[in-house]
Structures are given as structure tokens and as C-alpha cells.
Design a protein around this ligand. Structure first.
Ligand code: FES
Length: 234
């Protein structure tokens, strides 16, 4: 007989609920009857939509994490948190230069950072947020882009910054500038884009668009790039 998961108590908006241990916060909410339409997306730790705050019954200190990744623990207390209306500079990337002053022009308030490190402690991706904000202050676009590469844009750093800074949007600006102007070009990519634009693959794409599911599956699993997993098609 299959072993049953142990049930643990958690508290959702003050109501005690029993859920199987091992569930994520997101699945525990759903197990308890809540339908997650907003505040969840990829369910795999990539989109950042499920940022959440929680504490424990006898420990009021707030913790931060992604609801689709963090597993529930006994006496965990969950409530809804609001969307973060963080400031986001608008700019036309094609007309924006990747110079050191650009970050401060678009986000002048980054000079107000007093180094409390709350952003780093809050980040569920364990990024060194305060350090890449220091890089941003120095105008080092490449360093910010590299250090923030795993940012999922959950917004928790902005929600907790006592100075009202928006580290995740500053980092996004740097990754865009780096990708558009500073990162080395890939010869392979340029070549492949030229091939696509010349129509080299048009006939093959049209053929694929007309193919049935079985044929597509055979082509997918038969390709030699990487081993395929049939379940992806179920
Ligand atoms: S739902 Fe996308 S990161 Fe959690």
C-alpha cells in the first residue's frame, strides 16, 4: 500500500488547514481550496509571479520566498500580499546609450542606497542585490547584468527597500543594455538569422505546420540535439 504523506498544520489568513507535508506553498493553498488565478505563473521558479511572505505561529519574523518553490513547514502562517507597484523607467532601447551615466539618469534615486542589505536578505534567488546596486552606482553595466542574471523579477527587493529603490528594474535595464550593446556578438547567431531571413527554412516550417501530432512527436523525439522526453507531448 502506498505510504500516505504526513499532514501538517499551516495557517492561511488565520485559518488552520491540514496539508500533506512536502507541498509547496502554492500547492498547499490549492489543496486548501484556494484557486490561484493571479500570483502564479510558470510554477517552476522562473517567472517571479508568486513572491510571497510568511512567518510562523510563534515566530513573527517575516520570511520571503517564491510560493511555487518553498515547501510548507509546520505552523507556517500565510496571507495574501499586494502587488508591488514599483517604479519602472521607460526608455527606447534603440535610442539609449550604454554609458555609465545612463543608469543614474533613469534611476537617479539609486544614490540614496545606504547599504542596509535588506534587498539581499530578501531575495529568494539569493542574489547579491546590494552589491549589484553598488555596481549600478558605479555605472558598471556588465557587472550588474552578470550578477543579476538569475533575477526572476519577483519584486520582493523593491517591496522591502527602506529607501524605495527598485533593484530588480535597475538590473533589468542593465541586462537590456548589456544584451543590446555590450555583449559579444555570436557569429553562429548572425549566420542563422541570415539563413532564416533568406527563407531557407520556410518550406520545412510549412510542412511542420501541416503535420499531425504523431509525425511531430516522431520528428521531435528523433532529432539528434538532445534526448527528448515523450511526456512533454502528453
Ligand atoms: S509561479 Fe513562476 S516563479 Fe513561482
Amino acid at each position: 500500500m502506498a505510504e500516505q504523506a504526513r499532514l501538517i498544520d499551516i495557517y492561511i489568513m488565520g485559518r488552520r488547514c491540514q496539508v500533506p507535508e512536502g507541498l509547496t506553498i502554492l500547492t498547499a493553498l490549492e489543496y486548501s481550496g484556494y484557486r490561484m488565478v493571479r500570483g502564479c505563473g510558470c510554477r517552476a521558479g522562473f517567472c517571479g509571479a508568486c513572491a510571497t511572505i510568511f512567518n510562523f505561529l510563534h515566530d513573527p519574523q517575516l520570511r520571503y520566498d517564491l510560493a511555487c518553490q518553498k515547501t510548507v513547514e509546520p505552523d507556517m502562517c500565510l496571507v495574501q500580499i499586494p502587488y508591488f507597484p514599483a517604479r519602472k523607467a521607460t526608455y527606447d532601447l534603440e535610442k539609449t546609450k550604454a554609458d555609465a551615466e545612463k543608469i543614474k539618469t533613469l534611476y537617479p534615486d539609486i544614490v540614496k542606497c545606504f547599504g542596509c542589505n535588506t534587498c539581499t536578505k530578501t531575495c529568494p534567488q539569493e542574489l547579491e542585490v546590494m552589491w549589484f546596486m553598488t555596481d549600478a552606482l558605479r555605472g558598471d553595466i556588465k557587472a550588474v547584468a552578470e550578477k543579476s542574471f538569475d533575477c526572476v523579477m519577483c519584486g520582493l527587493c523593491a517591496a522591502r527597500c527602506p529607501q524605495g529603490l527598485v533593484p530588480y528594474n535597475v538590473a533589468l535595464l542593465c541586462r537590456r543594455l548589456y544584451g543590446r550593446y555590450l555583449s559579444p556578438n555570436s557569429a553562429h547567431l548572425d549566420q542563422r538569422i541570415a539563413e532564416i531571413e533568406s527563407g531557407k527554412f520556410d518550406a520545412e516550417i510549412e510542412e511542420l505546420k501541416k503535420a499531425d501530432k504523431k509525425t511531430l512527436r516522431q520528428k521531435y523525439t528523433g532529432r539528434d540535439i538532445e534526448p527528448a522526453h515523450d511526456q512533454a507531448w502528453e
